[in-house]
Unconditional design. Structure first.
Length: 342
């Protein structure tokens, strides 16, 4: 087991609500680490609608998902949160009153007094291609995300997909891979035009392969991939030698392992009280779209409000002997000092 990372609060989810929670906790001298399954900060805003305008954030008539993410990151800079991306929380174990040990699928272990679930509608899970027996190769030859590029050095890689992820990893892995083959069901791509141009130039120079069609079967023993059978658009079957398959079929929202964390669930949502948005487990809170209570509105502004009240209660767990004095950022010199504005 890796050595535990100790922090006051662990936030699960790096969307707007998780980011603003860092701010509210930071004002009250609580340090936070943030874990997110995505490879970028911003949650649904960054992944699903980075360019889409949002009109209902108070005081900001119009902002894009990416713009809101960048503003929130600027706002929490004084509190120096640590982000752990491309990681999924697998288990939460109670080790005190309250204290928790949290483990992720990347092998990280956290020990904290408070856990904040800000996981939106759940976790983004990669869509598994409909290839018989693919499960046997997952984790050894089939990967749905690239965590460490070095892992793919000198590998014979088949990348499947036609979006930005497929094209980006084709171009990023090309210099270190033994050979790259990109497979897409049609000769049109949903990726950035300059990425498509670069890929086509490599194909034209004979430096990588482009095939049209879809994978129908895999072959190889003991979880080690040897080749994939590809059915072309002309129905011809081709054997493509490869030891690694990277399918990028997009993401789907799933509750993921939240169901195993010991909190009560109600229709795949986490019931909370409205005084502090705490779950049935003392010290575990849920804010944003993942929670439910009478009158709940799934709005970013609601999640911000929930984060503010959560921080007030979290302070009791992190500093049980310290009296909390409510202060306004507009008039408190100590809060302004924390924010670096005086």
């Amino acid at each position: 087991m890796s050595e535990a990372i100790k922090t006051d609060v662990l936030i699960i989810g790096a969307g707007p609500c998780g980011l603003f929670a860092v701010f509210e906790l930071g004002l009250l001298d609580m340090k936070a680490h943030v874990v997110d399954i995505l490879d970028k900060i911003g949650g649904q805003c960054a992944e699903l609608y980075p360019e889409k305008p949002i009109y209902d954030v108070p005081g900001i008539p119009l902002v894009t998902g990416q713009g809101l993410t960048e503003s929130l990151l600027q706002q929490i800079k004084p509190f120096h949160p640590t982000f752990h991306l491309n990681e999924m929380v697998e288990t939460i174990e109670k080790i005190g009153e309250p204290a928790f040990r949290v483990k992720t699928d990347a092998g990280n272990v956290f020990e904290c007094k408070v856990v904040v679930i800000a996981a939106g509608g759940g976790s983004f899970q990669p869509k598994r291609p409909p290839v018989p027996g693919i499960e046997a190769y997952e984790g050894s030859s089939v990967f749905y995300a690239v965590r460490k590029m070095e892992q793919f050095r000198d590998r014979n890689i088949l990348i499947v997909g036609g979006g930005d992820s497929a094209l980006d990893w084709t171009l990023n892995l090309y210099p270190i891979a033994k050979r790259i083959t990109l497979l897409h069901r049609r000769d049109e791509f949903r990726a950035a035009p300059h990425s498509v141009e670069r890929m086509r130039a490599l194909v034209a120079d004979g430096k990588m392969d482009l095939k049209l069609g879809q994978v129908t079967s895999l072959e190889g023993e003991g979880g080690k991939l040897a080749a994939a059978t590809v059915k072309g658009n002309d129905n011809a079957m081709t054997r493509v030698e490869c030891d690694t398959l990277l399918p990028f079929f997009g993401l789907t929202m799933k509750l993921g392992p939240v169901a195993n964390w010991g909190v009560t669930l109600e229709n795949n949502l986490v019931p909370v009280d409205t005084a502090a948005f705490e779950t049935n487990v003392p010290g575990i809170f849920a804010i944003g779209d993942i929670n439910t209570y009478p009158g709940k509105l799934k709005l970013i502004l609601s999640g911000f409000h929930e984060g503010a009240l959560m921080a007030q209660k979290a302070h009791r767990y992190v500093y049980p002997d310290k009296r909390l004095v409510f202060q306004y950022t507009t008039s408190s010199s100590s809060l302004q000092k924390k924010l670096g504005v005086n």
